[in-house]
Design a protein around this ligand. Structure first.
Ligand SMILES: Cc1ncc(COP(=O)(O)O)c(C=O)c1O
Length: 497
């Protein structure tokens, strides 16, 4: 029977702290909800009391109390010496992969007033509002509105603009090689649904984009991690795994990697191509954040450009450069694969919003200007974040990213899963490192976005570091457990655990 990790349970338990009653009762109610919703299944083993207490940053007594309540109400059963199991009579028992819930930080955000450092997707560029007035008043929109509004493959003018976008990056592209999707999240889902069967090995960077980890797992993939450094994925490990495991696919984020912000070096890009050449491993290249560059003016040419068409699928998005609310992404691939993907896209949602597509096509005419504005915004955001964190949490460390909208920060001696729960209970939302890892690694890392309005960013960061400075064991193991803390602020923050 599956063992539920404390990390997954902690990700699923969003908002449990604001339920009524004592902590143990709130936790029991939230866990019972997970059983009822099918997020954990009959026979699953729950984390040990100690592991869950540490992941949620509560006392072990709170978890004991919650488990006792659940046991009393028949939700869970204990087996002597081997832990607590979800009772089979109370839970759903369906086959299939359980959601990994790595995107759960997006749930319920609107309802809370908080310092939100949980999303790496920057707010809309002012260019989008400039173009929207033009698009809304255009004859083209007026003419489109006389039709039914469904375009499963995407509007011709957007695919044309995307063909130019790729040509400018050194990859000549025809309209038939492009499929418009509802965000690149849908692109990932269509690709996994088309190419990945349950049990297939998919290599992913560690860390990587959390939404992709969720998608591949949801399609039953076996995720195998490849380490990354500031130049890109470790090609030695990649080569060994490709030769030994013959993976179905490798998913890479070579430019403005999420969450580390690396931009692949020319040398490393050539080495990755060499590793994949002549194999049957599909390269899924996610270029969604590739236009968020702090150093260079435009992204380097895509990695897969020298691979045979059937071995390369590139995806992209309007979300990072322009705005996530457009919900426009795309897939670039060989025409035969695209036909299958197109059919899957029609089944998924018939068509992506034509308004969003028109607006994206219009904005793409100014892609270099958009990149310039983002570079300014993000460079200023980085400088501010580096200055605030350097002054308020000098123990934290990170490398200046070459792209992206966030810092990948190491907090020495800190259990960031526990700290994330603690911070949320104090009104700060932040995503801990393990959420970005296929093996729940990077337990002492946080991803900290720096794209927000400067005044708000500074307040949020100060709030975050203040909480960390006040945190005690078990959040920070460099702080001995101190039951007689004299600093009243520290004692205050401990009380609420
Ligand atoms: C690397 C990466 N790929 C894909 C996505 C999905 O974005 P969207 O569906 O908005 O295009 C994101 C969003 O954060 C991302 O960071």
């Amino acid at each position: 029977m599956p063992v539920q990790s404390s990390g997954r349970i902690s990700r699923l338990l969003t908002g449990w702290e604001s339920l009524p009653g004592p902590l143990g009762q709130r936790l029991a109610a939230a866990l019972a909800d997970l059983v009822e919703q099918g997020d954990v299944r009959g026979g699953d083993r729950l984390p040990s009391e100690r592991a869950l207490a540490s992941a949620l940053c509560v006392s072990r007594g709170t978890v004991t109390d919650a488990y006792n309540r659940l046991r009393g109400d028949g939700w869970i059963e204990s087996r002597t010496g081997s832990g607590s199991y979800v009772a089979t009579g109370r839970a759903l028992d369906e086959a299939g992969a359980l959601a990994e819930a790595r995107l759960s930080s997006f749930e319920g955000r609107a309802a809370r007033r908080c310092h939100d450092l949980s999303s790496g997707a920057p707010g809309g560029l002012d260019l989008v509002s400039e173009h929207s007035a033009r698009v809304l008043g255009s004859d083209r929109l007026f003419r489109l509105m006389s039709g039914d509004g469904y375009e499963p493959a995407g509007l011709a003018e957007l695919r044309d603009a995307l063909a130019t976008y790729y040509a400018d990056l050194g990859v000549p592209t025809r309209e038939e090689e492009l499929l418009v999707t509802s965000g690149s999240q849908q692109a990932l889902n269509l690709i996994a649904g088309t190419f990945v069967n349950p049990g297939d090995v998919v290599l992913v960077e560690d860390p990587s984009y959390r939404g992709a980890l969720d998608v591949f797992r949801a399609h039953g993939a076996r995720l195998v991690p490849v380490p990354v450094d500031i130049e890109g994925p470790d090609v030695e490990v990649l080569g060994r795994l490709v030769r030994r495991l013959r993976p179905r696919a490798v998913y890479l984020l070579p430019v403005a990697h999420n969450p580390t912000g690396y931009v692949i070096s020319e040398r490393r890009a050539a080495a990755v191509s060499d590793v994949l050449a002549g194999t049957e491993t599909l390269l899924v290249e996610d270029g969604s954040p590739a236009d968020l560059l702090l150093r260079d003016e435009r992204p380097p040419p895509p990695l897969g450009r020298d691979l045979p068409a059937e071995q390369w699928v590139a995806i992209g998005s309007a979300s990072k450069l322009f705005w996530g609310g457009l919900r426009v992404g795309w897939i670039r691939s060989g025409a035969p694969a695209l036909a299958t993907l197109g059919r899957a896209k029609a089944v998924a949602d018939l068509s992506t919003s034509l308004l969003g597509q028109l607006l994206t096509a219009s904005c793409l005419a100014e892609v270099d200007e958009a990149r310039r504005r983002r570079r300014h915004q993000l460079s200023a955001g980085y400088d501010l974040a580096a200055q605030v964190l350097g002054a308020t949490a000098p123990e934290w460390s990170w490398r200046r990213p070459a792209g992206g909208s966030g810092l990948w920060v190491r907090l020495p001696g800190t259990d960031t899963v526990a700290f994330g729960q603690h911070a949320r209970r104090h009104g700060v939302l932040v995503v801990p490192g393990p959420v970005f890892s296929p093996v729940d690694g990077f337990r002492d890392y946080l991803r900290i976005p720096f794209w927000k309005d400067p005044a708000e960013l500074e307040v949020d960061l100060r709030q975050l570091t203040e909480l960390w400075q006040a945190a005690l064991y078990p959040i920070r193991s460099d702080r001995p457990m101190n039951r007689t803390a004299v600093n009243p602020r520290r004692r205050g923050s401990q009380k609420t655990r």
